[in-house]
Design a protein around this ligand. Structure first.
Ligand code: URA
Length: 213
């Protein structure tokens, strides 16, 4: 893992790099794209949960009793930004099956391109949970910023944002709007194009996950 000058944690594992290269190829089919995204989410989830607090509990083994560490506090919450966030959330849930799941649905206003909420559902007691907000692509940062605004209004305090690919523009916007939120990514690409797609990127993540190209 690498802490970049942009204030982001880059999870630069060779397996993730390899899988991401296959995902970037334009002729990689949806089933493989989805499978690779899930595999990467398991690897990234392992790193992003590295500093979760644990507490000692008493366990009776077949031989004796001992003190052994267990995750402390309320179950964490995975927040999926619809719809592409689902591609990361499913793998994370396999890794952390007891996690709660929240959803934020946003669409882009065609007039001024700002993100508008159409759906929000969250577990209770967010203020006591570690919240992991997921969206594969951090492009302009508009959706992530709006989602984080909403999740904070619902009470969340301890929040990390996890994406697969980030553009420098999105990182800067998100850092400015939510300096308290840690950002994890598997790669930082070059820039955004005039349509706000990440360059070189991998195209529209939602379309590629769900085969709606
Ligand atoms: N969202 C995507 O799915 N892809 C991009 O390149 C930018 C935003």
């Amino acid at each position: 893992m690498l802490n970049t000058p942009e204030g982001v944690t880059l999870i630069n594992h060779p397996l993730i790099k390899h899988k991401l290269t296959i995902m970037r190829k334009k002729d990689t089919p949806s089933f493989l794209f989805r499978m690779l995204l899930k595999e990467i989410s398991l690897l990234m989830g392992y790193e992003v949960t590295r500093s979760l607090p644990v507490q000692q509990v008493e366990v009776e083994t077949p031989i004796t009793t001992m003190q052994s560490p267990k995750l402390k506090g309320r179950k964490m919450c995975i927040f999926s930004i619809l719809r592409a966030g689902e591609g990361l959330a499913q793998g994370l849930l396999d890794l952390i099956p007891s996690a709660k799941v929240g959803h934020v649905g946003l669409y882009r206003d065609p007039n001024d391109l700002h993100a508008v909420e159409y759906y929000f559902k969250s577990p209770a007691h967010l203020e006591e949970r570690f919240c992991l907000v997921v969206d594969p692509m951090l492009a302009t940062g508009n959706s992530a910023i709006t989602a984080l605004d909403r999740i904070k209004r619902a009470g969340a305090r301890d929040i990390t944002f996890l994406c697969l690919l980030a553009a420098p523009e999105g990182i800067a916007a998100l850092r400015k709007a939510h300096p308290d939120v840690e950002i994890y990514t598997a790669a930082i690409d070059e820039k955004l194009n005039e349509k706000s797609y990440i360059v070189p990127g991998l195209g529209d993540a939602g379309d590629r996950i769900f085969g709606t190209l």
